[in-house]
Design a protein around this ligand. Structure first.
Ligand code: SF4
Length: 209
C-alpha cells in the first residue's frame, strides 16, 4: 500500500485535476470520439471531430450522413472505413433504443459497434463518474513499468490488478492521471526518468537515473 500511496501522491502533484483530452459537448460525441480514438491519438481525433460534429450536429444527421463523406472526414485517423460505419450504427442504435441518450448501462454500451470494454469504461467514468479504470496503451505501459502488472498481462488482467490495488473511489481519477503520465512523462520512447519521482519503484527506468 505504501507504493500505491507514493504513486497516487506523485500523480496528484503532477495532475491535480486531470481531464479527458478528447473534445466533446454532448454525451454521444464523447462516445463516438472514444470509439474513434482506437489506434490513434486524441489530438488527431479532436481534429476530425471538430469537422464531423460541426457538419453533422445531431445524432439524426450522423445516422443519415453519407458513408463516403464520413470516410473523407475521418480519413486522417486510420481504419476510417470501419469507424465511419460504426458512427452511423451507433447513432442508429442510440436513436432507436435509448432516445438518443448514452445510457449508464455497460451491457448496452459494449454491444455497440466498435465499442469495447475500454471505451465503455472511459464513457462511464466521464459521463457518470464511475470508478473504473480503462486500460489503454499508456495505462498498460505505465502499470508494467511500475510493477503494478506483469509484462505479459493483457488489458483485462491489468484492469483487475489495478482495481484491486487502489482504493475504488480513486479509480476514475487515477485512470486520467495514468493516461496523462504515460502521454507526457512516462512516454513509450524517451521517458523522462531523470525528473521522475517514481524511479525508486520503477522496474524499467532508463539506466543512470
Ligand atoms: Fe516511467 Fe522513467 Fe518514471 Fe519509470 S522512472 S515510471 S520509466 S518516467
Amino acid at each position: 500500500m505504501i507504493v500505491m500511496n507514493e504513486i497516487m501522491e506523485y500523480l496528484d502533484i503532477l495532475f491535480p485535476d486531470p481531464k479527458c483530452e478528447l473534445n466533446y459537448t454532448k454525451d454521444y460525441e464523447l462516445l463516438i470520439a472514444v470509439m474513434l480514438s482506437a489506434q490513434t491519438t486524441d489530438k488527431r481525433v479532436n481534429m476530425v471531430t471538430n469537422v464531423l460534429f460541426q457538419k453533422y450536429p445531431t445524432l439524426e444527421d450522423l445516422k443519415d450522413a453519407s458513408l463516403d463523406d464520413l470516410i473523407q472526414i475521418i480519413r486522417p485517423i486510420g481504419t476510417f472505413q470501419r469507424k465511419a460505419k460504426n458512427i452511423k450504427l451507433i447513432a442508429e442504435r442510440l436513436l432507436e433504443e435509448t432516445d438518443g441518450v448514452v445510457p449508464n448501462n455497460r451491457a448496452f454500451l459494449e454491444s455497440l459497434s466498435g465499442v469495447g470494454r475500454k471505451t465503455t469504461n472511459v464513457v462511464l467514468s466521464n459521463l457518470y463518474g464511475a470508478n473504473v479504470i480503462a486500460v489503454d496503451t499508456h495505462v498498460s505501459r505505465v502499470s508494467k513499468r511500475l510493477g503494478l502488472s506483469k509484462k505479459n498481462d493483457d488489458v483485462i488482467t491489468i484492469e483487475r490488478k489495478l482495481t484491486k490495488k487502489f482504493p475504488k473511489e480513486k479509480l476514475g481519477k487515477l485512470h486520467h492521471q495514468l493516461v496523462l503520465f504515460g502521454r507526457y512523462h512516462c512516454k513509450a520512447l524517451n521517458p523522462e526518468c531523470e525528473i521522475c519521482q517514481l524511479k525508486n519503484i520503477c522496474k524499467e527506468k532508463k539506466k543512470d537515473f
